[in-house]
Design a protein around this ligand. Structure first.
Ligand SMILES: *[C@@H]1O[C@H](CO)[C@@H](O)[C@H](O)[C@H]1NC(C)=O
Ligand SMILES: *[C@@H]1O[C@H](CO)[C@@H](O)[C@H](O)[C@H]1NC(C)=O
Ligand SMILES: *[C@@H]1O[C@H](CO)[C@@H](O)[C@H](O)[C@H]1NC(C)=O
Ligand SMILES: CC(=O)N[C@H]1CO[C@H](CO)[C@@H](O)[C@@H]1O
Length: 303
C-alpha cells in the first residue's frame, strides 16, 4: 500500500480515537463548558496568576540566585494570544506569555509544568549538549522532536489533575482532521458537536485554518496534530522511557535517548520537581491511560 494511504488510515484511526475520548467526557459532563467549569475551576485574576507563577518558579528554582535576585524568566500576562500560553525568547530573555482568559484555578499549574518545566528546561538542558546546534543535530542524526516535545508537555499539563481527560489535544487533532476536508464555515458547524460556545469554536477554527489562502476550501495547518500524536507515542512506550534522561538530554526524541545517553553532559541539568518521584509519576501516567480509556493493546496496534 502506498505510504500516503497508510498515513491517511492512521490519521483516520487516531481521529476516531480522539472522538471517543471527547465523547467520554461529554457523557460525564454534558458539554465542554461544563467540563471546563468542573475540572478547570474559576478564572484567576491577574494578581492571583502572578502569585501562582511566582510560587511555581520558586518551587522549580527559577528565581535567580545570589546577588542576582532577578527572575530570569520574563512573564507577560496578556489577553491577546491565540493559544493558552507560550514560551519564547524575546531579546535573548526567556519569556513566558500567559493568556489571562485561559488561566483557571485548577489548570494553571499544569500550564506552568508544560511551559516552564518542559519546554524551557528541555531548552536549557539542550544548550550545552553536543547536539545543541543544527550542525550537531545533523552530525548525531537526531530524529525530529516535535511530537516528543509537545506530547511530553501535553502530558505534563494534565498530570495530577483530578480528571486528566485529554480534551485539548484530542479536540485539536479532530479539528485539524476535519479542517483538511471542510471549509471554515462547515468546520465551525461541525465543531458544535463538542463545543457550544461560538467563541471557543471560532478560536479552534482560526488556529487550524491559519495560513490558508482561501478558508472556504478544505485545507489546514497540520502542526496541531503533534500533541495527540506525541501523547499516544509516549504513553505507548512509557515503560521503556527514562523520563529523567528524556528531560536531561534536552531537545531529543524519546527514540534517541538510549543511543545518545553516553554522549550527553549530565551535570547541572534541570529536572522538574514532579519528576523526582518516579513512582508517583508512573502512577499518574497510568491514571491518564485509565481516565481516557486507553489500553496498551490498543496503543500497540495504533502506533
Ligand atoms: C486567548 O485569548 C483570546 C483573546 O482574549 C481569546 O479569544 C482566546 O479564547 C484565548 N485562547 C484560549 C486558548 O483560551
Ligand atoms: C505580551 O504578549 C502579547 C501577545 O503575544 C504581545 O502583543 C505584547 O507585546 C507582549 N507584551 C510585552 C510587554 O512583551
Ligand atoms: C516542528 O516545530 C517547529 C517549531 O515550532 C516548526 O518550525 C516545524 O515546522 C515543526 N515541524 C513539523 C513537522 O511539524
Ligand atoms: C548539560 C547542560 O546543558 N546543562 C545546563 C542546563 O542548564 C543550566 C542552566 O540552568 C546550565 O548551567 C547547565 O550548563
Amino acid at each position: 500500500m502506498p505510504l500516503y494511504l497508510l498515513l491517511l488510515i492512521f490519521k483516520c484511526l487516531l481521529s476516531s480515537q480522539a472522538v471517543r475520548i471527547m465523547e467520554l467526557a461529554l457523557q460525564k459532563y454534558g458539554s465542554y463548558e461544563k467540563f471546563e467549569q468542573a475540572t478547570g475551576g474559576n478564572l484567576l485574576t491577574k494578581s492571583r496568576i502572578w502569585y501562582h507563577v511566582k510560587k511555581y518558579m520558586e518551587k522549580e528554582g527559577c528565581m535567580g540566585e545570589g546577588r542576582e535576585k532577578k527572575r530570569y524568566i520574563v512573564v507577560n500576562l496578556t489577553d491577546d494570544l491565540l493559544s493558552r500560553a507560550s514560551m519564547t525568547v524575546v531579546n535573548s530573555r526567556p519569556t513566558l506569555t500567559i493568556n489571562i482568559s485561559a488561566a483557571r484555578e485548577q489548570w494553571l499549574e499544569g500550564m506552568l509544568r508544560h511551559e516552564i518545566s518542559t519546554h524551557f528546561f528541555r531548552g536549557i538542558n539542550n544548550s550545552h549538549q553536543p547536539w545543541s546546534s543544527g550542525g550537531g543535530r545533523k552530525k548525531h542524526g537526531l530524529r525530529p522532536i516535535n511530537s516528543t516535545e509537545e506530547g511530553l508537555a501535553s502530558i505534563h499539563s494534565v498530570l495530577f489533575r483530578k480528571d486528566p481527560t485529554l480534551w485539548h489535544a484530542t479536540l485539536l487533532y479532530y479539528t485539524v482532521y476535519q479542517a483538511s476536508r471542510m471549509s471554515f464555515s462547515q468546520l465551525f458547524h461541525n465543531l458544535g458537536r463538542f463545543v457550544h460556545d461560538p467563541n471557543t469554536r471560532w478560536d479552534y477554527c482560526v488556529r487550524t485554518k491559519q495560513g490558508q489562502t482561501d478558508t472556504a476550501l478544505p485545507g489546514c495547518f497540520s502542526k496541531d496534530q503533534v500533541y495527540l500524536d506525541g501523547i499516544l507515542k509516549i504513553l505507548r512506550h512509557r515503560d521503556k522511557i527514562d523520563f529523567q534522561l528524556l528531560m536531561a538530554l534536552g531537545k531529543v526524541s524519546y527514540e534517541d535517548v538510549e543511543r545518545l545517553k553516553s554522549l550527553a553532559l549530565l551535570e547541572h541539568v534541570r529536572i522538574p520537581h514532579f519528576l523526582q518521584d518516579q513512582a508517583r509519576y508512573t502512577e499518574q501516567l497510568h491514571k491518564i491511560m485509565e481516565v481516557n480509556q486507553l489500553t496498551d493493546e490498543e496503543l500497540c496496534t495504533l502506533i
